[in-house]
Each structure stands twice: as C-alpha cells, then as structure tokens.
Design a protein around this ligand. Structure first.
Ligand SMILES: [Cu+2]
Length: 143
C-alpha cells in the first residue's frame, strides 16, 4: 500500500487530487439532451465530491444517476457524485452520468467538447470529452 501511494504521488502533481480518464459523450443532434461519461480517480486520502458540471456545449448540465425502479430504469438529479478516497468512480451508461440538456450544436462522432467539473475541494477539473456514436446503447436518456 505504501509503495502504491508513493507511486501515485510521483505520477501526479500535488495539485491533481483528481484525475480523469477516457471522457466521452454520446453523439447527438443539436437541441437534444445527451450524457457524458468518465472515470474519476481520487489520489488523496479523503473523499472528494463532484458538486457541479458545466459545458458551453449545452444550455445546462446536471449530475444524474440512473437506477432501477422496479423493472424500469429511471434517472434522477443528484447533488454530488462522491469519488472515494484513494479510489475511483466510473460514470457509465446505467449509472452516474453528466446530463447535458439543450445541445447548442450537433455533436458528431469524433467532435470534442470541454466539460468543467467543480469539486468539493474548491478545485475545478477540465475534461475534453470525445463524442461517440452510441446508437446501439440500450438506454434512452429521455426521462
Ligand atoms: Cu440523466
């Protein structure tokens, strides 16, 4: 464990309490809502929360969670998404996601958008999410 922690510390500057890997967003026409996903890793020994998200690519952005209500998938807005101490959380279809409402322009596959996450530490984390064609995904992101 000590070696692991030392390695993590060596690999990331002290300002990078949270690192992001593989951010992507579901390709979608302008005006529609879509969802963005990413894996967030917390390199500190304290839980850190994502408390807000923002992108200029959409009129508004919310933190959402998809859960089972009986046999139906429902999604609801959440106040925060916790990244556990020395752990990670994966935003993925069927679970937590960033909900982008009212895309300001069409998101073609391969397009990149910038999403800024606000953390409970007061820091901001900027992601570059690549649009993916997810037409085969099972979920509908319409409520
Ligand atoms: Cu949602």
């Amino acid at each position: 464990m000590t070696a692991l922690l030392a390695l993590a510390a060596a690999c990331s500057p002290s300002s990078e309490a949270v690192t992001a890997s593989d951010p992507y967003v579901k390709a979608m026409p302008a005006g529609e809502m879509t969802a963005a996903f990413v894996t967030l890793t917390n390199t500190t020994s304290s839980d850190i929360e994502v408390t807000a998200a923002h992108t200029d690519a959409a009129e508004s952005t919310e933190l959402h969670e998809m859960t089972m209500d009986g046999s139906a998938m429902v999604m609801q807005q959440v106040d925060a998404i916790t990244i556990p101490a020395n752990g990670s959380v994966t935003l993925e279809p069927g679970g937590f996601h960033l909900m982008l409402m009212g895309l300001t322009e069409a998101l073609e596959p391969g397009a990149e958008i910038t999403i800024t996450l606000t953390l409970s530490t007061g820091d901001e984390l900027t992601l570059t999410a690549v649009a993916r064609d997810m037409a085969n995904a099972q979920e509908s992101y319409h409520p």
